[in-house]
Ligand binder design. Structure first.
Ligand SMILES: C[S@@+](CC[C@H](N)C(=O)[O-])C[C@H]1O[C@@H](n2cnc3c(N)ncnc32)[C@H](O)[C@@H]1O
Length: 206
């Protein structure tokens, strides 16, 4: 399992260069995720692992976003984008595995390229379901393990290297975790130019 401290150190270190490497090829997923979320006017959205704030430009002006991240370095980079975004944005440092929000606080939740990075995705998903209102809409952008044998072998080969570096993991079954927690209306669509990532949308149990 990738450790939380490892993740925090890695993202603190790479934060100032993050946009240079991760904006261009992952951007379509961020934009599409907000389209699929389709938040109602006046709603409050929880953005999980907001990072350097690359997704903030896509929200409409009539919503409020609470964006949190574990890495102070990433949050520091996101401040300027929060300032120039169309909608109101509040940023806070928090761990998705231990959220400081009351049960059933949000109707809309979104997280891009985060659950492959957290130390315990099962715990993170449980927390996401806890703070979501019954029937809330959740949109995640994530790498999904390939069903192909060859890609599976490649993933198994690279997983220990990337997780030791504190970058990301390739060994968990996100659709399985969502089903275990009672997610409804699960839909997936491929995104990113290599089609390796997916937009996964669902609603929490009503
Ligand atoms: C690959 S980046 C994605 C950032 C952003 N969502 C984007 O689209 O560029 C993963 C982010 O998840 C954050 N993260 C990792 N573990 C976390 C945790 N336990 N709680 C909150 N954020 C976490 C990292 O600090 C990092 O900013």
């Amino acid at each position: 399992m990738i450790s939380s401290q490892n993740i925090q150190h890695t993202y603190d270190r790479v934060s100032s260069l993050y946009d240079l490497f991760f904006k261009p090829w992952l951007e379509s997923g961020r934009e599409r995720a907000v389209e699929v979320l389709d938040p109602a006017a006046g709603s409050k959205i929880l953005e999980i692992g907001v990072g350097t704030g690359l997704g903030l430009e896509y929200y409409p002006r009539d919503v409020e976003v609470i964006g949190f991240d574990y890495s102070f370095g990433m949050l520091k980079e996101s401040k300027q984008k929060a300032y120039t975004s169309k909608c109101r944005v509040n940023l806070v440092q928090m761990d998705v595995e231990n959220l400081a929000f009351a049960d059933h606080s949000f109707d809309y939740l979104i997280g891009a390229y985060v659950l492959t990075v957290v130390s315990d995705p099962g715990k993170a998903i449980k927390e996401i379901f806890r703070v979501a209102r019954p029937g809330a809409r959740v949109v995640l952008v994530n790498y999904l393990r390939s069903r192909g044998k060859i890609m599976g072998v490649i993933e198994d080969l690279f997983h220990p290297i990337f997780s030791r570096l504190g970058l990301f993991t390739l060994d968990h079954d996100l659709p399985g975790l969502l089903k275990q927690n009672g997610a409804d209306n699960i839909r997936t669509e491929p995104t990113s130019f290599l089609r390796t990532h997916h937009i996964i949308s669902f609603t929490t149990p009503a």
